[in-house]
Design a protein around this ligand. Structure first.
Ligand SMILES: [Zn+2]
Length: 360
């Protein structure tokens, strides 16, 4: 648990107790804050007006939920939400849960007396908001070996609408889920990183195994294998700046628009080998930065220092070649466009021997 979340838990405990004496009850709404990846600063600036309209929506929802049980005024609900958001700097969705819990206590009601979770059931392939509390019914399509001790399980969930990555943390202390099984997950929170959506299971997540099967939509494919080659056109590249062109320049020339002043970009065209087949994978700038830790800014500096743009691809090759990855994303022709690329553990001995045998 981070210092920040500890502090938040403490503050909210004080807040909930309504006095200086601390509630001994552990607040049930704090999610695990371990980020799956580092956010860029601009992604953290919440739009104030957006937050305000969120709070209005939540206030209306809470008022509707409790109107049968309490004398409840929407303006009062909204003020409580604002207090929680302003003073404890927690997201509106979480403030909703906090305030909802307050009203549950005041009405002396159990959580499931006032709608089950209060969340919307969402198709995992349709998730397109950050920090939303949702319910999903999904099949565990795949589990990966976690790369961090803080992570209990990581993998892909799928339903008819598609697939999404999920993470659960050790601190959440949840029951383990099994590959191929279908579960209903209540109270998961969505996460967005550079345009990629995932769900985080957390301490409040309710997991129920269902005796049913789900046909998982094939909007994306997942491939695994050793990264055996990085093709030319990878690293620091220049693209044509003409509207809707974006072709990669060859010697400063676009095949369509001729000689142009290109715009720098990062890309990796990689080859994954699973021992049986090879797959070509394209990582855009975001995935490339995520994977290599080399940002576009850093790449430009590297090229400037070396007076040579190829140093970027060279360093990326050194870092990535021979490592194992799971890549998920849509197929486009012979390529898989990486929506996510996750490092895997070491290859099994047989696989690495096969790869080695072929490379001789
Ligand atoms: Zn062009």
């Amino acid at each position: 648990m981070t210092v920040e979340s500890k502090l938040q838990e403490w503050l909210v405990a004080i807040y909930r107790s309504g006095s200086a004496s601390l509630s001994l009850r552990r607040p049930q709404f704090i999610i695990d804050w371990e980020p799956t990846s580092v956010r860029l600063p601009e992604q953290n600036t919440a739009e104030t007006s957006e937050t305000m309209s969120d709070l209005q929506t939540h206030a209306a929802a809470i008022t509707a939920q409790f109107s049968e049980h309490l004398e409840i005024d929407e303006q009062d609900v909204k003020e409580r939400l604002e207090t929680v958001v302003d003073e404890y700097r927690i997201p509106p969705e979480e403030a909703r849960r906090t305030v909802r819990n307050q009203y549950l206590e005041e009405a002396d009601l159990d959580d499931d007396a006032v709608t089950t979770s209060g969340n919307e059931m969402v198709g995992v392939g349709t998730i397109e908001t950050d920090e939303s509390w949702i319910d999903v019914t999904a099949k565990v399509v795949e589990l990966w070996e976690p790369q961090s001790e803080a992570i209990a399980q990581v993998g892909l969930l799928g339903d008819e609408s598609g697939r999404t990555k999920f993470v659960s943390f050790e601190t959440s202390d949840l029951p383990a889920i099994d590959e191929g099984e279908v579960y209903r997950f209540e109270n998961v929170v969505t996460d967005e990183y550079q345009g990629n959506y995932s769900v985080k299971l957390n301490r409040t997540t309710d997991i129920e195994r269902l005796d049913e099967s789900i046909e998982v939509g094939d909007d994306t494919t997942t491939v695994q294998g050793a990264l055996v080659d990085i093709q030319s056109g990878s690293g620091l590249i220049k693209r044509c700046p003409e509207d809707d062109c974006t072709r990669v320049l060859q010697n400063g020339r676009c095949s369509e628009h001729g000689s142009v002043d290109g715009e720098f970009d990062l890309r990796i065209k990689a080859v994954l080998d699973n021992g049986e087949t090879i797959t070509e994978v394209i990582c855009n700038r975001e995935r490339t930065e995520e994977l290599t830790g080399i940002t576009l800014k850093k790449a430009k500096q590297m090229a400037k220092d070396a007076l040579d743009t190829t140093v970027v691809a060279e360093e990326m090759s050194e870092e990535l070649l021979g490592s194992y990855y799971a890549v998920s994303g849509p197929e486009l022709g012979r390529y898989v466009l990486a929506d996510s690329i996750e490092p895997l553990g070491e290859p099994t001995e047989t696989e690495s021997v096969l790869i080695e045998a072929r490379s001789i």
